[in-house]
Ligand binder design. Sequence first.
Ligand SMILES: Cc1ncc(COP(=O)(O)O)c(C=O)c1O
Length: 395
Amino acid sequence: MASTSTIPALPVADALYDRALGHLPGGNSRTTLFVAPHPPYATSGRGHVLRDADGREVIDLQNNYTSLIHGHAHPEVTEAAARALHAGASFGLPTEHEIELAELLSQRVAIADRWRFANSGTEAVMVAIRLARAVTGRDAILRFEGCYHGSADAVVQHGARGVPQGVKDDVVTVPVGDEAALVAALDAHGDRLACVVFDAMPNRAGLRPADPAFVTLLRTETARRGILLLWDEVLTFRAGLGGLQGQYGVEPDITTLGKIIGGGLPVGAIGGRAEIMDAFDPRRDDAVGHGGTFSANPVTLAAGTTAMRLLDATAIDRLNALGDALRERLAAQGWTVTGQGSLLRVHVPDATALWWRLWAKGVLISVNGLLCLSTPMDEDTTAAVADAFESLDQE
Ligand SMILES: Cc1ncc(COP(=O)(O)O)c(C=O)c1O
């Protein structure tokens, strides 16, 4: 934990946390946001600046775990969401908003001419695995060690409490990037594998882009065994117009999106080719069930469509160049930094200490060292971030 001298006084947050402890285990609802002794509380944000309950303003490189690609309260995104909300928060009928976002995503993601919307990346991965199982008639899945794909039973980390043995029996785990282990696992379990769940730049496993040769091998070896490749692009879709899969030039069978495609509101999506995705077609007697009271929520999808329209190729290229320059500058200062484009990860032995030291300098990052940029940022913003890191070195 950070030494208490680096933790600024947080009287309002302390009081809120005391109240929270009486009703929320550990004081909040998201394990992934906890930082000891307890996190500050957010009250508002505008552009790349977040304000906390104690009145501190920080440069936000956390961006709600990378989902706020346009920062906080972007006027056009907010306007789209407000317009949709005024028309009615949700309906027991489909709306045109889901057609609009599906059309936009189909133009960007080469393999996906069909989409289903959900409320989170977790839900998207969970439903995509069910789809793969239904389509292949197989039960098991293969995943890579240490990679995060949300909190569904089948994909939580090895040894997680509360996961039934029956679920664990159907999960094969292989070390990240290990070609020999992958082929051995496919040889041993191939005929019972429905899909391989893959993230080409997994944050929890270090945010290092996969070797293109590994990705090609993965595609070839799964295809020849009739195993579906489920490319989880929930975190990495911001990498390019067609996400990371577009850059690798590999065609998965199913893809999952989330985070940025909801304009800051809860979202997930499953995409793929018609012959796979049409398993969801409710006109079929054997349709794979997928509902959700709030799936394809019109407010989310209106905000998301606007956010995606604003995120054109020019915006992505600018953001990636800013991110690459920041990574180089931090590396030149001696930090170990991985990632690509607008996603960065700083590796330190004590991430909590780094978190508080940066907070004290007016910079917010994720508690696991993940940083991401948003479109309201420019060179002045990243220079201020680099200066904050540099000042830590000198302390
Ligand atoms: C690669 C990946 N998949 C799935 C998820 C789960 O998404 P959500 O937090 O929206 O449930 C995440 C979340 O960070 C993720 O990074």
